[in-house]
Design a protein around this ligand. Structure first.
Ligand code: ZN
Length: 235
């Protein structure tokens, strides 16, 4: 369930450990407490088959039983993290995971979760684990180092930012994206959440129908209406 190269090699850097530790605000590296960069999944096939990129805020607080062996090599740590995230989605661990699964099922009805994962890349605006996921702590270091490069490897994907923090990271990078409400509470419980998700789904379907992928379009020459045909902002 690991992402294929080149994403895999980009992300492996986060486990050496990440060179931005001590730079990123509040970033924690404590594998035995579950605090390692994580929160991404998908892109299991060819990069050009990825149709949508989801950008969330940052990894959620580690689950009670979530821990990683601090002695793992970067590659093994990446595998361990991916397999944990995969099981959290597969079993619908939190409301966040269940909402994402719902969204994927709208986009790819009748397709098994593991097959859907070849069509999407789910990631975080910042990969580092922090203590206060509901706080307003933003740090653009991670996004500058990791997010741009991740998106660059996926030439045909439409990027959707879920929630205000993901949107802020993409905006600062000048990367075109659709906007929708967060999948995690509290954003997902706001009245506008579901309509914003449905609008994003509609836009991806529309681009699919006309055979026109979204992204990768440089900010200087945006696809007409690209960053405006948005959906709605969180918070
Ligand atoms: Zn970071």
């Amino acid at each position: 369930m690991n992402p294929a190269d080149p994403l895999r090699s980009i992300l492996r850097e986060a486990y050496s450990p990440c060179r931005n530790l001590g730079v990123c605000r509040q970033a924690r590296w404590d594998p035995t407490a579950g605090h390692v960069p994580r929160g991404f999944l998908g892109a299991t096939g060819r990069a050009e088959d990825v149709e949508v990129v989801f950008v969330f805020a940052e990894p959620g607080f580690p689950h009670d039983q979530e821990r990683y062996d601090p002695n793992l090599s970067p590659e093994a740590m990446l595998e361990s993290v991916t397999s944990y995230v995969h099981s959290a989605f597969a079993y619908g661990k939190d409301q966040f995971h269940r909402n994402v699964r719902w969204f994927l099922d709208q986009l790819y009805p009748g397709t098994a979760f593991d097959d859907q994962l070849a069509r999407v890349w789910m990631t975080e605006g910042r990969l580092c684990s922090i203590d206060l996921e509901l706080g307003d702590a933003r740090d653009h270091t991670c996004a500058r180092h990791f997010l741009t490069r991740q998106i660059d490897t996926l030439p045909n994907a439409t990027v959707i930012a879920f929630g205000g923090k993901g949107q802020a990271y993409l905006r600062r990078l000048g990367l075109p994206h659709l906007r929708a409400h967060a999948f995690a509470p509290p954003g997902c419980n706001y009245k506008g959440a579901r309509p914003s998700w449905e609008a994003a789904i509609g836009e991806v379907r529309r681009r699919r129908a006309i055979g026109q992928p979204g992204p990768g379009v440089p900010q200087s020459a945006p696809h007409p209406g690209h960053s405006r045909d948005v959906v709605r902002r969180t918070r």
